[in-house]
Design a protein around this ligand. Structure first.
Ligand code: 2M8
Length: 409
């Protein structure tokens, strides 16, 4: 075992709270949805029971309506804001009121493939919750086959310039005074500004005041944005769910209908002005206007659209370490600030997985080699500066360690 493998394992064990893993202590002291799935993937390398426990704890937080929350607050911790008192989630475990990219079905299938003894039984046990979660997206969040988010935090790309146009239309009146905790852990130049936090909290209050009533929120929220992260991860997850259903002898028709709708709907995210997949603000009808790393998840979704290759090559050659979370040639690009430019190892992995499956193996291999070098030289940071790989955000980060163990090493 290499020294870095040992460090990565230590990070997973160190962030393990018993049945769930925190992304990093202090900055993120709870269970986050897609972080947890990456953690399971990392644990699966040498501890399959622990990998399954991670997914089971996550799905135990599922709401009656099928939604699986983006944060589960198992134990109150004052080092994070906003906590359970602000969110007022209505599920079986104190939680937030929004979801996150549904990568679980995809990684459940991959973990099951590593588990000859129990994989099939685990898939059978987890399948109903995954199906119910995906159905929630179609009930409340599907517009012309693209998947809609009601909060930037739902996409996991919290501070992307994609949200600048819809945020400009929000006047965050009525929010309570609040004290941020994130800037006590991380340099404020690497985090969102107050302008964005006011609007994040405005949307949380709107949801919490409604009791997280999706029907009501669909009518009144100023933030309803069709998003490539949600659309592409869900489309991919549906393909994995369909394969699982076939293997388990479960009905496949409903899932096949979702896939067909999303394959057609992906084109509603195509912005001809930038010749790329993009967010689309459903309130104004306007596209986001820039190329984010989420656009390159098309291959991961099984949309083998080689019109995106030009952007990929341009962005990979513009900076030493791809894939920048936002286009380095765009005026809004900030290489150190949260989701406005830095590189995330787990986005690199998802993008490269898709490229590999689509036969673009040289591109996939280059991204993997870059990611490995970035981690080898700079450690297991939350994210990295694309120009020189300088570490940023939290340290000893779960998903970076998991990506190392499961893919990059
Ligand atoms: C970041 O998001 C949280 C809110 O959910 C935050 O900034 O407080 C994002 O990078 C998100 O994708 C990630 O899941 C979370 C924990 O790593 O941190």
């Amino acid at each position: 075992m290499s020294d870095l493998d040992a460090q990565a394992r230590d990070i997973l064990r160190g962030n393990d709270k018993g049945g769930y893993t925190v992304p990093t202590h202090g900055l993120y002291p709870y269970q986050w949805n897609w972080d947890s799935v990456f953690a399971a993937w990392g644990f699966a390398v040498d501890d399959l029971p622990r990998a399954w426990a991670e997914i089971e704890t996550l799905l135990a937080g599922q709401w009656d309506n099928g939604m699986v929350p983006h944060i589960l607050f198992h134990q109150v911790d004052p080092s994070y804001f906003p906590g359970p008192d602000v969110w007022q989630g209505t599920g079986p475990v104190p939680s937030s009121g929004i979801s996150q990219p549904p990568i679980a079905a995809t990684f459940v299938r991959q973990i099951a493939a590593l588990d000859a003894a129990n994989g099939a039984a685990k898939m059978r046990a987890l399948f109903p919750a995954l199906l119910k979660w995906h159905r929630w997206f179609y009930q409340w969040r599907s517009e012309d086959g693209a998947i809609v988010v009601t909060h930037p935090w739902e996409t996991g790309r919290d501070n992307s310039p994609d949200w600048d146009p819809p945020f400009a239309a929000i006047d965050p009146v009525g929010i309570d005074t609040y004290q941020r905790r994130d800037t006590g852990h991380v340099n404020q130049d690497e985090r969102p500004r107050k302008y964005e936090y006011d609007r994040y909290l405005y949307l949380v209050k709107l949801g919490a005041d409604s009791g997280w009533d999706e029907r009501y929120l669909r009518q009144v929220t100023p933030f309803r944005v069709a998003d490539p992260t949600m659309s592409f991860t869900l489309l991919r997850a549906n393909r994995d769910l369909l394969a699982m259903a076939a293997e388990l002898g479960e009905p496949t028709d409903e899932i096949a209908t979702w896939i067909a709708a999303q394959e057609a709907g992906a084109q509603t995210l195509w912005n001809p002005d930038i010749a790329a997949y993009d967010t689309c603000d459903l309130r104004s009808g306007a596209f986001g206007g820039g190329v984010s790393s989420a656009a390159f998840l098309c291959w991961y979704a099984g949309i083998h659209d080689d019109r995106m290759l030009g952007h990929l090559e341009r962005i990979m050659s513009a900076e030493t370490y791809g894939i920048a979370s936002y286009d380095p040639d765009h005026a809004a690009y900030e290489p150190k600030r949260y989701w406005r430019g830095p590189v995330w190892a787990m986005m690199n992995m998802l993008i490269a997985m898709g490229l590999h499956e689509a036969g673009h193996t040289a591109h996939a291999d280059a991204i993997r080699a870059n990611t490995a070098r970035m981690i080898t030289e700079n450690g297991f940071a939350e994210y990295f500066d694309p120009r020189d790989g300088a570490p940023a955000g939290g340290r000893s980060f779960t998903w970076t360690a998991a990506v190392w163990l499961g893919w990059a090493s």
